[in-house]
Ligand binder design. Structure first.
Ligand code: HEM
Ligand SMILES: N[C@@H](CC(=O)c1ccccc1NC=O)C(=O)O
Length: 284
């Protein structure tokens, strides 16, 4: 008999109890997918769910990176390594998820694109929070949130605060590394500019990993995060290219050309530059 008997101990009298649906607020979650096309286009649900799941995972990334910052501030790098491993798995999933949306063909998308108005991922405040947390500061990207005071204020807090990278450089300074004073205290709203002195700090760490194992491991975790972030950006751009070609974006940008420029951005420039500078150890 291809059937599983329910065990008598399984609870079915759940009135007034904490249940699965109640705990997860599934009524709210599952009523938030509301297609705008009239009549609703079959593929709009895919489009909505791809975005909503991405936003949920971004919420967790913001939460995790905020915790990383607290650990670095406390000069306690070890627990942040475990968090970075989780962050990496989430980023990998966000990357893989593009394959689902890539089943949307250009003509299918055009059938409901008009219903999106001026809405665009450019208005994702959690994506901006992630960029700020990682160190890509740009006050102009706050523009789309002027009309939502709570969101604007939260993003301003991230803009004004040191990023994960800023905090790491401050930690290295406390550990006695020769981090220049203008990286230990500065106007955190300003975009990060790379520094030859910071690169020398990393050169020393990469040439002596056994002496600075924690810092060395943190450097590699940061490189992992940046590489995965760029992979996401690249795959977004490729998805956009296959779905709308070189059309302008609904957010008002040139589209693919605008997205391509983000591929030249660097969160942790010296961590990439140090790789060019490293020489083989003596005698090799
Ligand atoms: C068919 C699917 C998609 C298309 C055609 C598309 C298109 C675009 C375009 C053209 C832009 C540039 C801004 C504009 O003028 O609109 C943009 C930005 C953006 N999109 Fe999408 N997108 C798609 C899916 C997604 C998904 C699933 C996400 C996940 C949350 C997303 C997140 C973003 C973000 C965060 C930006 C801002 C990027 C930046 O500032 O560099 N997009 N998108
Ligand atoms: N910018 C897209 C529209 C778009 O993708 C979008 C629209 C509403 C909500 C999220 C979106 N996703 C990412 O940009 C376009 O130009 O077709």
């Amino acid at each position: 008999m291809n059937k599983r008997e329910l065990e008598p101990g399984i609870f079915t009298d759940l009135a007034g109890r904490t249940t699965y649906g109640e705990y997860l607020q599934l009524d709210r979650l599952l009523s938030a997918q509301v297609p705008r096309s009239q009549p609703p286009h079959h593929d709009e649900l895919l489009f909505i769910i791809q975005h909503q799941t991405s936003e949920l995972w971004m919420k967790l990334l913001v939460h995790e990176l905020t915790a990383v910052i607290r650990y670095i501030q406390a000069d306690n790098l070890e627990p942040s390594f475990k968090i970075f491993s989780r962050v990496g798995h989430i980023q990998r999933m966000l990357f893989e998820q593009w394959s689902v949306l890539e089943t949307l063909t250009p003509n299918e998308y055009l059938e409901f694109r008009g219903a999106l108005g001026q809405a665009s991922g450019f208005q994702s405040h959690q994506y901006r929070a992630l960029e700020f947390l990682l160190g890509h500061k740009d006050e102009h990207s706050l523009g789309p949130f002027k009309h939502i005071p709570g969101v604007h204020a939260q993003l301003e807090r991230f803009l004004h605060s040191p990023s994960v990278y800023d905090e790491f450089l401050r930690h290295l300074s406390r550990q006695g590394h020769a981090v220049p004073a203008d990286r230990v205290e500065r106007d955190w709203r300003e975009p990060y500019e790379k520094s030859a002195a910071v690169m020398e700090v990393f050169r020393h760490i990469y040439e002596n990993p056994e002496k600075h194992w924690d810092a060395y491991e943190m450097c590699e975790k940061l490189v992992d995060v940046e590489e995965r972030f760029q992979l996401w950006r690249y795959r977004h751009m490729m998805t956009v290219m296959r779905v709308i070609g070189f059309k302008q974006g609904t957010g008002g940008s040139s589209g693919v050309g605008f997205l391509r420029k983000a591929l030249d951005l660097r969160f942790f420039p010296e961590l990439w530059d140090v790789r060019t500078e490293l020489a083989p150890p003596a005698g090799r």
